[in-house]
Design a protein around this ligand. Structure first.
Ligand code: 3EB
Length: 318
């Protein structure tokens, strides 16, 4: 799996799938045979960009119900949109359930990385429950239903959008792939968060390491299970970066990667989510100091899954 970001559409040869970051989203579809989903993550004034998943072999793409997918012999890409509704729990469970059914049937049960883009993430649903908690409940139910068949809970991002409804996309691998899901010693595993954060805990690992590629989940200013530096963007950026540094350190990643760990200088394909637009210049300048000048970094102004979180950062090392 190779992963790219570009301002332009690339040649459709050898492409497993494409995610278009733009002002208005669109449900996943086959575009010239390539699974393509549009996610409403940018503002009027930002240029959009595309995330491209490169294929490692001949691609077979298809549509089944709401699912749009492609396989290349080693990986499955699958995307589904859940349209805006009063309550998401059942629809989220059904979307995941149908995706997991497809993934296992096609022989790609090893989920490697998921992105969950949740419109109105910190707004209330029709029952007065925060939409993120509502979504997490349905997602957790689906993982519970598939426990033992879908191979473990992967790295993920759960984040707001500038639109409505939920956009879900993921990549998975073969059952025999060597896959390591990592936790962070500074943070409570999200699937063990107490129920003060919602009826069912979030289903994600802090990182997934497979095939020489490290997928770092959305990471925020959380120590244990608590948000730290509330209202303080500088403190939150520092804790977020420290969390990532610990996660990818030789002490932690080195347990599964024989060559050891990484530093922040190794990160690439970085997404920096910032909830208050006025914080973007500060966050950008801090990131410039700590990331490699060669790293591809995008900044997205969206809500984060707790109202007190101001920044969240994900990345890939490949
Ligand atoms: C956190 O650590 C911050 O629900 O899929 C980060 C990554 C977060 C993934 C998800 C949520 C998710 O709890 C939020």
């Amino acid at each position: 799996m190779k992963f790219e970001q570009s301002g332009e559409k690339s040649d459709s040869q050898n492409i497993l799938a494409r995610v278009a970051f733009e002002k208005n989203g669109f449900a996943p579809e086959l575009h010239h045979g390539v699974p393509t989903v549009g996610v409403p993550m940018t503002t009027e004034t930002e240029p959009g960009f595309h995330e491209v998943f490169a294929a490692s072999g001949p691609v077979v793409a298809g549509k089944e119900g709401n699912l749009v997918y492609a396989v290349d012999g080693r990986h499955l890409f699958c995307s589904v949109q859940v349209s805006e509704r009063d309550v998401y729990r059942d629809a989220a469970r059904i979307a995941y359930d149908s995706a997991f059914e497809l993934a296992t049937r096609l022989g790609y049960p090893n989920i490697l990385r998921m992105w969950n883009l949740v419109g109105g993430i910190i707004d209330e649903n029709a029952d007065g429950m925060e939409i993120y908690r509502d979504f997490c409940a349905g997602r957790a139910e689906a993982f519970a239903l598939w426990a033992g068949r879908i191979l473990h809970i992967p790295a993920a991002t759960g984040i707001g959008t500038r639109g409505n409804g939920v956009y879900l996309y993921f990549i998975s691998g073969r059952a025999d792939a060597e896959v390591h899901h990592l936790e962070n010693p500074r943070q409570t595993p999200a699937y063990h968060y107490p129920d003060s954060y919602g009826p069912k805990a979030p289903s994600f690992a802090r990182a997934t390491f497979t095939d020489g590629i490290l997928y770092i989940s959305g990471t925020a200013s959380i120590i244990g299970d608590e948000t730290v530096h509330k209202g303080d963007i500088s403190g939150q950026v520092d804790v977020t970066l420290e969390n990532i540094a610990t996660l990818i350190s030789t002490e932690n990643l080195g347990k599964v990667r024989p060559e050891g760990g990484y530093t922040l200088q190794d990160l690439d394909l970085i997404k920096v989510y910032v909830s208050r637009p006025e914080d973007i210049p500060f966050v950008r300048s801090r990131c410039k100091e700590v990331f490699s000048p060669d790293a591809r970094v995008v900044y997205l102004n969206v809500d984060i899954c707790r109202p007190d979180l101001l920044v969240e950062i994900e990345a890939i090392v490949q």
